[in-house]
Structure formats: C-alpha cells, structure tokens
Unconditional design. Structure first.
Length: 161
C-alpha cells in the first residue's frame, strides 16, 4: 500500500512556450543566502524552511540565479531539494546566468561595472560567451546538486540600461 499523495488547490499554468507547467506562484530564491551579500537576505536555515513550506502549499517552481549571494542561493535550493526529498520530476528548477559569481559571499559584484569586475581578475566570468555559459551551468549544477535544470535564463540588469 502506498501513502496517499497530498493534494493542493494551487493552479498550474503553462510557462510561455516552454511546454512546462508551473504553479501560478513561483518561489524566487534571491532572498536566501548570506546577509553578508545583502543585508535583507535570509540565512540557510530560514531558506530551507521557506522552500519546504512553499512546496507543501503546491508551489512547484523555484527560481534562482548564479549570482544570488554569490552562488549560495543555488546551494540552499539544492540542499532543500535533497533534505526534504522533493521529487525531481514534480518540481521545476530555474536558474540564471550572465553575472559574475564572487569568490566569497561578501564580494559585492552584483552592482559592479564590467571595468570594476575585470580589475578584480574576473575576466571571462560574465556575459554570454560560449565559455561563460558552459562554465556557469557547470557550476550551477554543482551548487544545486542536480543533473539538469528545467529552465536556464540569460539575465542581466546591464542589458536593460
């Protein structure tokens, strides 16, 4: 006898033309990581609780990025998936690339200019070059402890300005 699956009232919708069905609410994980990165960021313990609660309420889509807390947001999401045994076939994991991931959580590169980033010896660690795309997804998968992501987004506030 198998345990009964919990039910939810969460509506699910198509995500653009991707073919994916996601919960109408998507949990953004920018606020999970280290307060050293940004003062308003919640620590790992709080992030793990939030992610589990969101899943329990029917949220199946989780959005993060390589640059959030310099990779720590992805680590926390990956830990939550493993620790709470979130079924990989039931969840949608989305991450982003373009920006530079600092060497420590206190490296404040998120708002830095390209010139400043390159002066700190991060050349080729931002943008959409083939090299950076391949290295970014490799590192994101390691941090997430996953074999694949469901949606890889190319994101940059710099492209909008």
């Amino acid at each position: 006898m198998t345990p009964e699956q919990p039910t939810t009232n969460m509506p699910y919708v198509r995500l653009g033309k991707s073919g994916l069905k996601v919960s109408r609410l998507i949990l953004g994980c920018m606020s999970y990581g280290s307060p050293e990165w940004q003062g308003w960021v919640l620590n790992e313990e709080e992030g793990l609780k939030h992610i589990k609660s969101a899943y329990d309420m029917g949220i199946n889509a989780f959005d993060t990025a390589n640059v959030y807390s310099n990779g720590l947001s992805e680590i926390i999401l990956g830990k939550a998936i493993k620790q709470h045994n979130l079924p990989r076939d039931e969840i949608v994991v989305m991450t982003k690339l373009w920006g530079t991931v600092g060497r420590s959580t206190s490296d404040g590169l998120f708002w830095s200019s390209t010139t400043e980033i390159e002066s700190k010896r991060y050349a080729n660690q931002q943008g959409l070059s083939r090299k950076h795309i391949f290295e970014s997804i490799k590192h994101s998968l390691e941090r997430l402890q996953l074999d694949y992501v469901d949606l890889l987004q190319c994101s940059s506030r710099f492209l909008l300005s």
